[in-house]
Write a protein that binds this ligand. Structure first.
Ligand SMILES: C[S@@+](CC[C@H](N)C(=O)[O-])C[C@H]1O[C@@H](n2cnc3c(N)ncnc32)[C@H](O)[C@@H]1O
Ligand code: SF4
Length: 468
């Protein structure tokens, strides 16, 4: 175990940078046993950061001048992280694709830098250490998003959470439960969810909020029966601009459910292979076959749905060639959206518990997917990063021109208000003009959600009314 000492008042930000390089580092309040240190010294408006790593050091300083408190904090974090990143780069001889950036949304940072009057590309590459390649990815995404990247006053999207799955995939840490084990809670959950949705729709009408997009996510929404889905969707008594159901697992989709989705005006669904290699599907516990993917894709297309496919780079036992086959297969099928995830080894997943150390060549896989998808005419249209991602990479959603999923852009770029219904769902309100997000989270587990449904609905409405 190695130790990091810092007197910076945001120590986790510094720890996150060190974890890009070394997994086995803990924060310590004792500088004498620390291999890595970051100290902040303040002199009026000037903040100086000195980082050390066993004999090497790096010094950065920033003048926060007339900046307000929020902006001053951003600048301090930026330069503190830079000092520790630079020293670790020198110490380890490694550079990270995203340089010193640990945040979830690089596109938002680009926009923020532009607002500060900076040339964001130059700041990314010249100051923050982001590679040219990743900088151009951000540029391409901003271009594809274009005017869609605009906050729409008086509007919100509606999220409906179905936290059930047919079985647990080994990489997944979502709090969804296996539907067979939770059978006795399904009926009460559906009732509580319907109450939540109907009350929320009544609330938006009373308050003149326009719902643009509706998104059913999970878990796997289509692990519910066609009857339950029909019952829930009957609460949504209007046609949204965009209506998406993350069907997800190919083994949960059939004609009866597709009929229900079509009847209720759903336009987009996901059919997620994760991989087109049967041996890997078996290893990750997906419990469906490769031919299920093809069959359900054909079924979805016969209903005229716009289809997204999720793939993951870095799954256990999957080689570079096998991964390329996955991307090629999704492209040959002609999926409208293809989302390339990089495996994140998250706490709570079976892979993490099994101490899976990750695949090699993940960077090469991600590069291949970008080349292949660009050459097949796809455009990257949203991106986010998470902790514990292989090679510190990113997840990127690609689309055929004009086929962007508006809900994904809204939530990932934090430009949409979200009214969320269901267990483990989080409502978000954007507070103008400072562009800050306030949240109201529903109970994570199904039982508490059912028992305290009205309490969570009340909190959500307080958030949207601007009350505490
Ligand atoms: C909210 S999950 C639900 C998808 C749906 N239940 C399914 O399995 O098809 C959305 C996507 O996140 C990705 N994902 C989940 N866990 C991940 C992990 N640990 N690392 C990388 N991607 C992950 C998968 O590609 C998954 O399809
Ligand atoms: S990846 Fe999807 S199906 Fe698998 S456990 Fe996670 S949410 Fe459920």
């Amino acid at each position: 175990m190695r130790y990091l000492f810092t007197n910076f008042c945001y120590p986790t930000e510094i720890h996150d940078v060190v974890k890009l390089f070394f997994n086995d580092v803990e924060l310590s309040d004792n500088s004498s046993n620390a291999q890595f240190t970051l100290t902040e010294k303040a002199n009026g408006n000037i903040f100086v950061y000195e980082a050390t790593a066993e004999g090497k050091n790096n010094v950065q300083s920033v003048d926060v001048g007339e900046a307000d408190e929020l902006q001053a904090t951003r600048l301090r974090k930026r330069y503190a992280k830079l000092a520790i990143y630079n020293v670790l780069t020198e110490f380890s001889g490694k550079k990270m694709p995203w340089g010193s950036l640990t945040g979830i949304r690089p596109t938002k940072l680009a926009e923020q830098l532009s607002r500060e009057g900076l040339d964001w590309r130059q700041t990314f590459t010249g100051v923050l250490g982001v590679s040219e390649d990743k900088t151009s990815l951000v540029e391409d995404i901003l271009r594809t998003q274009g005017d869609l990247r605009r906050y729409k006053t008086g509007c919100a999207d509606l999220y409906v959470g179905i936290p059930f799955c047919v079985s647990r995939c080994s990489y997944c840490s979502f709090t969804s439960g296996e539907i067979d084990r939770l059978k006795k809670y399904i009926d009460p959950y559906v009732e509580a969810l319907k109450h939540d949705i109907c009350t929320t729709i009544a609330f938006v009408r009373e308050n003149d909020i326009k719902i643009n997009n509706v998104y059913f996510g999970g878990g796997t929404p289509t692990s519910l029966s066609a009857e339950h889905l029909d019952d829930i969707m009957s609460c949504i008594d209007f046609q949204p601009v965009e209506y998406t159901v993350e069907a997800g697992r190919p083994d949960t989709i059939d004609r009866d459910k597709a009929d229900v989705l079509k009847k209720h005006g759903v336009q987009r669904i996901s059919i997620n292979p994760q991989t087109f290699n049967q041996s890997v599907l078996d290893v990750i516990g997906r419990k469906h076959t490769v031919s299920d993917i093809y069959d359900k894709y054909e079924l979805a297309k016969s209903y005229g749905f716009i289809v997204n496919m999720d793939l993951i780079a870095g799954l256990p036992t999957e080689t570079y060639d096998m991964f390329c086959h996955n991307v090629d297969s999704a492209v040959s099928l002609g999926a409208d959206n293809i989302t390339i995830h990089t495996l994140a080894l998250k706490h709570g997943s079976a892979l993490k518990e099994q101490n899976y150390s990750g695949a090699s060549d993940v960077n090469k896989m991600v590069e291949y997917s970008r080349r292949k998808l660009y050459s097949a005419g796809y455009e990257p249209y949203y991106m986010y990063r998470q902790k514990y991602m292989a090679d510190n990479l990113e997840n990127v959603g690609y689309c055929k021109p004009g086929k962007q999923c508006l809900y994904n852009i809204g939530i990932m770029e934090e430009i949409s208000n979200i009214l969320a219904c269901g267990a483990n769902a989080i409502s978000k309100k954007i507070i103008s003009p400072e562009n800050r997000i306030e949240r109201s989270a529903n109970a994570k587990d199904v039982i508490t959600y059912i028992q305290r449904n009205d309490e969570y609905i009340g909190k959500k409405f307080c958030l949207f009314r601007g009350e505490k």
